[in-house]
Design a protein around this ligand. Structure first.
Ligand SMILES: Cc1ncc(COP(=O)(O)O)c(C=O)c1O
Length: 402
């Protein structure tokens, strides 16, 4: 049985009295993750894959164990399909600059994307002379599959699509788009930054070739994240960074890279963070990702309905059945930053305001040059917190009404 009060005991920072409704930016961290990182620093602090002594052997083992845990969590075939990165942004950049593009090839992405899944592709256009085609969602963030059918052709090298929007919470039809991409021999990268923390992921059944996620949004440490690369592609990619840890053999002027994920992990990685990520995934698994999703659905529905009923509040995005725990809105007469500041100063409620690293979506699809207020939940949020949030929004709305 999911028990939110019990869950909250695992997050010491909640004792500070904050109502944290900004988990889409970064989640809170349970103590069990911090303990695991401390254990590394206090008991076997050393580098990995470089020493034959006991500490280094243990650090390497713990680090590699995370790879197995991540592979299982994402439904990958093997740990050899998992590369550790600092975050989703790094993972996407690795893909963008490890593929070899031919001039005139096409990248298909969308106007729903976070900048992290847009800028790397625009840069490919500038650097490699490829075309970038952007599929447009409707004002609710929903796609029409025929627009992907029109955009993806035999010249398309890769399709890059977010799984869940960080502004509207809308879930995209990744599986269907992957099928269209593969019919044309194109690859598909899925930005899983906002889906992995909140719903069961199975990269195989989604049919993706690359899947990027951020550990820090799913109870893991900052500086932890990863990239799934379908096994068959691992050998064909030429990593963005090279250096220590990535090679099999080096001659004075040549080198041969390894064929496993470590070829993408040049230099000393964030070891404590990777080890902490395993504890985070085990923690989420022990609670049950499905239970977390159910809990968040209740909160999301309450937030959505509460906001929709409030005068002078404009809510963006579709109704709750099409989305996960992120909702964007504005209160007329107030800038998004004003609303966020009032929530913080009157009730210690933390939300995000502004453009959410999604200028094209917020400015061109939603038509909101000042941005929106974004409220996002996670497993530790409770109904009473949502009610408090809604009551402050109602007060703000009343003051706007004169
Ligand atoms: C959908 C989406 N993609 C990518 C990112 C970038 O994540 P990170 O900052 O962890 O690299 C975010 C962050 O909010 C996001 O929401």
């Amino acid at each position: 049985m999911f028990n939110v009060e019990k869950v909250r005991e695992d997050f010491p920072v909640l004792k500070k009295g904050v109502i944290y409704l900004d988990s889409a930016a970064s989640s809170l961290t349970p103590k069990i993750v911090l303990d695991k990182m401390f254990e590394y620093y206090l008991e076997y602090r050393s580098n990995i894959e470089r020493g034959l002594y006991e500490f280094s052997q243990r650090a390497s083992e713990e680090y590699e164990n995370t790879r197995k845990t991540v592979a299982n969590f994402l439904g990958a075939k093997s740990p050899d399909e998992i590369v550790f990165t600092k975050n989703t942004t790094e993972a996407i950049n690795i893909v963008a600059h490890s593929l070899s593009f031919k001039k005139g090839e096409k990248i298909v992405t969308t106007l729903l994307e976070h900048h992290s899944n847009l800028l790397p592709w625009i840069r490919c256009k500038e650097r490699y002379g490829v075309k970038v085609e952007l599929v447009k969602p409707n004002i609710q963030g929903l796609f029409n599959l025929t627009d992907f059918e029109k955009a993806i052709d035999d010249n398309t090298k890769i399709v890059a699509l977010t799984h869940v929007s960080n502004v509207l919470g809308v879930i995209t039809p990744v599986k269907e788009v992957a099928e269209i991409a593969h019919e044309h021999g194109a690859l598909i990268l899925v930005d899983g930054a906002q889906s992995t923390p909140h719903m069961k992921i199975d990269v195989k059944s989604l049919g993706c070739d690359f899947f990027a996620f951020s550990g820090h949004k799913m109870c893991g440490p900052t500086g932890s994240g990863g990239l799934y690369i379908r096994e068959e592609l691992m050998k064909t990619l030429d990593p963005l960074y090279v250096g220590g840890g990535t090679v099999e053999l080096v001659e004075p002027e040549t080198f041969k890279l390894k064929d496993d994920p470590s070829k993408f992990e040049a230099g000393t990685p964030p070891i404590a963070e990777v080890i902490g990520l395993k504890a985070a995934i085990e923690y989420l698994t022990s609670i049950g990702v499905e239970n977390i999703e159910e809990h968040e659905k209740i909160l999301s529905k309450k937030i959505y309905e509460g906001l929709v009923e409030t005068p002078r509040v404009e809510v963006y995005g579709p109704e709750p059945k099409f989305k996960l725990g992120v909702t964007s809105f504005n209160v007329s007469g107030f800038s998004p930053n004003d609303v966020a500041l009032v929530l913080d100063s009157t009730a210690r409620i933390a939300v995000r305001s502004g453009m959410h690293c999604a200028h094209p979506l917020v400015r061109h699809i939603l038509g909101k040059p000042q941005g929106t207020v974004r409220v996002s939940t996670y497993l530790y949020n409770k109904v009473e917190e949502v009610e408090k949030f809604l009551s402050v929004i109602r007060e703000i709305s009343r003051s706007a009404g004169g």
